[in-house]
Design a binder for this molecule. Structure first.
Ligand code: SAH
Ligand code: DHB
Ligand code: MG
Length: 222
């Protein structure tokens, strides 16, 4: 019941504030045809991420967890002409769909899509001297502690770090959870609570994708 209403309200918001977007619809259709799980951010959340990246004036974005590139499209559209997004995806099949989706909407040149475990790609990015203005963490939640620590290493002072799925229908409260993804996000919160370089909060969300939430915050001077 509540889920139906959350979904209807999301449809209302989307109908009012998000103009019809054939490129994004086509990406979701390709994801479906390829059998990808429908765990992309919702349209309203995608636009929220897009607006956050623009508010941050982001020219260099890092995304951990591409799936079919739905959130990548929203973020890439926030970039200026000379901006770039690096997006990390473990599953070659997901990355192949994302590549097609991104090229299909003409964003291919702005997107550096790297296939493999993110925890292997992140040290390479550091060696390359990459520095990011905006980081979106949305991959395997068990590695959220490592992803937050890498995000802090790779982000400039003043950057924004956003982490998806930090509430999981309240499951985040379960300190005895056998789910490594819940344990990982709880450890991320532990790290964040003692981390002076990240001034953060978390906002619970309901909508088309259920009850969940984003953690987000600003990277502060050490
Ligand atoms: N950000 C996407 C959704 C990402 S779903 C969107 O909103 O459109 C999470 C993705 O993380 C999946 O595609 C999964 O394959 C990927 N993933 C899982 N483990 C990973 C890892 N170790 N490194 C990089 N990506 C990983
Ligand atoms: C799920 C949702 C997500 O946004 C995600 O990144 C991973 C999994 C889910 O609902 O299972
Ligand atoms: Mg997510």
């Amino acid at each position: 019941m509540a889920q139906d209403l959350w979904g209807e309200v999301d449809d209302y918001i989307t109908g009012k504030l998000l103009p019809a977007d054939p490129a994004l619809d086509a990406a979701l259709a390709r994801n479906r045809e390829a059998g990808l799980p429908a765990i992309d951010v919702s349209p309203a959340q995608g636009k929220f991420l897009h607006l956050l990246a623009r508010l941050a004036g982001a020219k260099a974005i890092l995304e951990i967890g591409t799936l079919g590139g739905y959130s990548t499209i929203w973020l890439a559209r926030a970039l200026p002409n000379d901006g770039r997004i690096v997006t990390l995806e473990y599953e070659p099949a997901h990355a192949a769909v994302a590549r097609r989706n991104l090229d299909g909407v003409g964003l291919g040149a702005k997107v550096d899509l790297r296939v493999g475990p993110a925890l292997e790609a992140l040290p390479l990015l550091e060696k390359e001297g990459a520095v990011f203005d905006f980081v979106f963490v949305d991959a395997d939640k068990r590695n959220n502690p490592g992803y937050l620590q890498w995000a802090l290493r790779l982000a400039r002072v003043g950057a924004v770090i956003v982490i998806d799925n930090v509430v999981r229908r309240g499951a985040i409260l379960d300190s005895a959870s056998a789910d490594p993804d819940i344990a990982g996000t709880r450890r991320m919160f532990e790290i964040a609570s003692g981390e002076k370089r990240w001034s953060a909060t978390a906002i619970q969300t309901v909508g088309a994708k259920g009850w969940d939430g984003f953690a987000f915050g600003l990277v502060e001077q050490a």
